[in-house]
Design a protein around this ligand. Sequence first.
Ligand code: ZN
Length: 347
Amino acid sequence: MNSASGKWEKRWHPLREEWVVYSAHRNTRPWHGAPPVESQPMPAYDPTCYLCPGNKRVNHQSNPHYSDIFIFENDLPVVSFSAPDIPVEQTIGLYRKARATGVAKVICYDPRHNVTLAQMKQDAVYKVFRAFRQEMTELSKIPEIRYVHIFENKGQAVGVSNPHPHCQLYATDFVFKFVEQQLAVAEKYRSNHQRNIYEDIIRQEQLDEIRIISENEYAISFLPFFARYAYETLIFPKKHHASLITLTDYELEGLTAVFHETVRKMDMNFNTDFPYVMSVMQAPVDGLSYPEFRMHLWLQPPYRQPGLIKYLAGPEIGGGNFMADTMPEDKAAELRAQDAKKYPFEK
Ligand SMILES: [Zn+2]
């Protein structure tokens, strides 16, 4: 057998319908764990932060002295009902343009400037997830809104300038690309196999077991067989839900627990605030039903080793396919080895 066996192969990404190439045989550095990271201690309150309680924002309004979660409409929104008016979609040859309609909000998780979801207590994280569900319920009632994208960019490594714990939400009159793609792929899978694609992925991960990071009665997280980023993780409620709106409190609490354990393990594995882009993947909220789509949380951390970012380059930017130099099983094993009950960074 070739010594690179199991370390050098391509794998099919069923949700994106594309190949991911793994070449971990080139990555000779063995994993010995991450050295402690000396990070600059941050204050719990930063007078220059536009998200801290009581501080002024760019529109000269002051934030309230909030005690847990604070949600407001972005002062410099990407999409808004007050965007320049283009009454009907305009077509110029093959080019089209329309109004950038929508709602853009900021959701602050905590009044403290220097905490993260991983560091916060699980009850507080559950409150944040309840706020997500509440926003979904409210925004889905606005007729013009077809889709809501909730996302958190965490850490300087993904370009965040303000460390205050927060995420953003874009509610739009169009459906974001990856959700649209997954909807089409899931429909096709149903007609080809008479099964749900997400159910089959979850079942396969449970059978293989070695890539599961956290699991309880209500939810499961795993570093999938087809991960593009070294520590990319999917988190699903175990019951079928197209969006957060239909999750019961028990299910939402279970999802919170699995998410919380997962991000704590990520912190522990690198001995640091582990950066990521988190996306809450949900079906459109346009009144139609999407029985094949299953909501999930999608974590895409940029690091592949301590201090080493996965930069997208020729194959990814220019060609559109990912080249990974680590195996999902190896990275999952690192996270599985962490005991989140011993998490040392709780605040
Ligand atoms: Zn702040």
